[in-house]
Design a protein around this ligand. Structure first.
Ligand code: NAP
Length: 229
């Protein structure tokens, strides 16, 4: 893999992904909103930036051209199919056979077998409801984006993040297929390591057609699980 595209490069997760990808020597094309280009100033001259809305199909078409892999931050902003529009454009225009890695949260379920705590269910319901009421976030559109990804014939991986925190890297997060599995109990990942998992997934074929739910490798639940095996 030589050239990759990062859609949503200027966000917190996006900037960590840019750094990990540079560390691996990839040539990077980043997409971010026009007003967010200054947030990528630290990387000036080292990456190509294409400014524009990530659900603008022409922007995505240009950005993913010639890329072996695409890392996409699915952001549930606004109520104009921002996530699903972005995901659809990436799938439509990525090179055939390109590795496509998408980010989202634990609330996305691939097969309905995830077991959620009452806290997470309440959070999604209350936050989702209020957000939709004020028209700034549309969680259901992230669900729609993932529904389309899961049924696509592309080489996708959907990385489902736990609660996030800032801090130094602790290493590659561990993962499981279902929320509710004991290894995930701690429900915390460093954002820098979420980004690491996304970038490592580009070259990990075992993750093709998986929707790993991740958790920090140094969290109590991950350590307890590993001590047992
Ligand atoms: N936050 C959490 O606790 C959490 C937990 C689990 C999973 N996740 C997942 O992790 C990923 C990154 O989330 P994050 O919370 O760390 O945020 P983030 O990396 O800062 O990403 C937010 C993204 O949304 C864009 N954005 C912000 N406001 C926007 C608007 N009004 N219209 C269009 N785009 C807008 C940002 O672009 P600009 O740079 O242009 O603002 C950025 O690309 C997401 O896929 C999220 O579902 C987050």
């Amino acid at each position: 893999m030589k050239k990759i595209c990062i859609v949503g490069a200027s966000g917190k997760l996006g900037r960590y992904m840019v750094q990990h990808a540079l560390d691996r020597g990839y040539e990077i094309v980043g997409v971010c909103r026009e007003q967010s280009v200054p947030k990528l100033a630290d990387f000036e001259g080292r990456i190509t930036i294409i400014p524009g809305a990530t659900n603008d199909r022409e922007v995505i078409k240009r950005a993913v051209s010639g890329c072996d892999g695409v890392l996409t931050v699915l952001a549930p902003w606004g109520v104009q199919q921002y996530s699903s529009g972005t995901a659809q454009a990436v799938m439509d225009f990525a090179e055939p056979g390109a590795r496509l890695i998408f980010s989202c949260g634990w609330h996305i379920s691939r097969d309905g077998k995830d077991v959620y705590s009452w806290k997470l269910k309440a959070l999604v319901k209350i936050f989702g409801g209020i957000a939709r009421l004020f028209r700034f976030v549309e969680l259901n559109d992230q669900v729609e984006a993932c529904r389309r990804i899961f049924k696509s014939g592309t080489k996708w991986t959907v990385v489902r993040g736990s609660d996030l925190e800032e801090g130094e890297s602790q290493g590659l997060p561990v993962w499981s297929r279902h929320v509710g599995d004991t290894i995930l109990e701690s429900n915390l990942t460093r954002r820098v390591d979420f980004a690491l998992f996304m970038v490592e997934a580009l070259e990990n074929d075992e993750l093709i057609h998986e929707a790993p739910a991740i958790v920090g490798c140094q969290t109590p639940s991950a350590l307890a699980h590993n001590a047992k095996i």
